[in-house]
Design a protein around this ligand. Structure first.
Ligand code: UT7
Length: 332
């Protein structure tokens, strides 16, 4: 019998209505629209407003759309994985909250915390449950409410991030479509360059940690930039090489949306033309777990059955890697 593969059979997404523009940021911090667009490519980002609204609010909308688009009965979902660094609460897992709210009453779920690589880590994790033949319908969500951990007086980080959620459905196939290969890597020494200092077990929340603004993203941008370019490109190239793919064979590169300059440099290093690079960073900024599924959501109508697609991500941890997908359906 031929191998069972996990193929993506649909994409859902959600971004909140509130648009935080570069011009509004100019009124909040010492920055300019010109600096932000030339240094990052970001023009605006979405922010989830409203007391008591967590990441699950966006993820639930993305999964509801996915279920409608794929005509899926939520009771048939076996597993739901949520990639996030901004869970509704430290515990229980946001995946459980999402599953219950969409009616996926027969699913089990868990969160994956791998920062900006969370979606690709979760995609390959979920695909294993399909490939073993154990499960038939797995939902992978990438969702973050980054505005909940951003210091809006720190101009080096607050311009970068936004809120959003995307979700895909994985189902089995015996044909040569779906998740074909992946490489994942991590390096814990990256903690010093990109982290949230307090709120975990090492430094629980206290009046001191709040006063010291330790519950926000800290990033040494220049160091992260260098690691991101080399590692995203090198491991995407490695996945291509071991699957005998050249740049000409690739229909789309889907890079984590961290900074347009990182995306351009990654594509250049891989020899991929600009018009094959999915980019929506100008509209949403960096939504961490959300960037890659939100790209698939925005570009779904352009995708064709049989397209070779390379996903590539780099983020806090450090975590990074690449996934090779042979797209399984014509976008509608
Ligand atoms: O998704 C997770 C992974 N994250 C990433 O991949 C992000 C990687 N890093 C980056 O995207 C970039 O490093 C940043 C966008 C964060 C910063 O861009 P940069 O070109 O590396 O700028 P820089 O940090 O070298 O700063 C250049 C100057 C500095 O001024 P001085 O010291 O040269 O006088 C900064 O203080 O720009 C200044 N600056 C700003 N100026 C206006 C920093 N932020 C701002 C700002 N507006 N928002």
């Amino acid at each position: 019998m031929s191998k069972i593969r996990a193929m993506i059979t649909g994409v859902g997404g959600y971004v909140p209505d509130y648009v935080l523009t570069n011009h509004e940021l100019e009124t909040m911090i010492d920055t300019s629209d010109e600096w932000i667009t030339t240094r990052t490519g970001i023009e605006e980002r979405r922010i989830l407003k409203g007391e008591g609204k967590g990441t699950s609010v966006m993820a639930i909308e993305a999964v509801k759309e996915l279920l409608v688009k794929t005509s899926t009965n939520p009771e048939e979902i076996d597993l739901l994985i949520c990639a996030t660094v901004t869970p509704d609460r430290v515990f229980p897992a946001t995946a459980n909250i999402i599953a219950t709210n969409v009616g996926a009453v027969n699913a089990f779920g868990f969160d994956v915390e791998a920062a900006c690589s969370g979606f690709i880590y979760s995609l390959s994790t979920g695909s294993q449950f399909i490939e073993t033949g154990k499960y038939k319908k797995v939902i992978i969500v990438g969702a973050d409410k980054m505005s909940s951990i951003i210091n809006y007086t720190d101009r080096t980080t607050c311009i970068l991030f936004g809120d959003g959620a995307g979700a895909v459905l994985l189902e089995p196939t015996n044909e040569e479509y779906g998740i074909m290969d992946f490489i994942h890597k991590s390096d814990g020494s990256g903690v010093e360059y990109l982290h949230m200092k307090s709120g975990g077990s090492q430094s629980p929340a206290s009046h001191r940690t709040v006063d010291a603004k330790e519950h926000f993203v800290f990033q040494e941008g220049v160091a992260v930039f260098k690691f991101a370019v080399t590692n995203m490109a090198d491991y995407a190239a490695e996945v291509m090489k071991r699957n005998n793919l050249t740049a000409n064979d690739i229909a789309w590169l889907v890079p984590h949306q961290a900074n347009k300059r990182i995306l351009d440099a990654t594509a250049r290093r891989m020899g991929i033309e600009d018009n094959k690079v999915m980019m929506n960073i100008q509209k949403y900024g960096n939504t961490t777990g959300g960037t890659i599924p939100l790209c698939l959501w925005d570009f779904e109508s352009k995708l064709k059955k049989g397209d070779n697609i390379i996903l590539a991500a780099f983020g806090g941890g450090f975590t990074w890697g690449s996934v090779y997908i042979k797209w399984a359906y014509d976008g509608k």
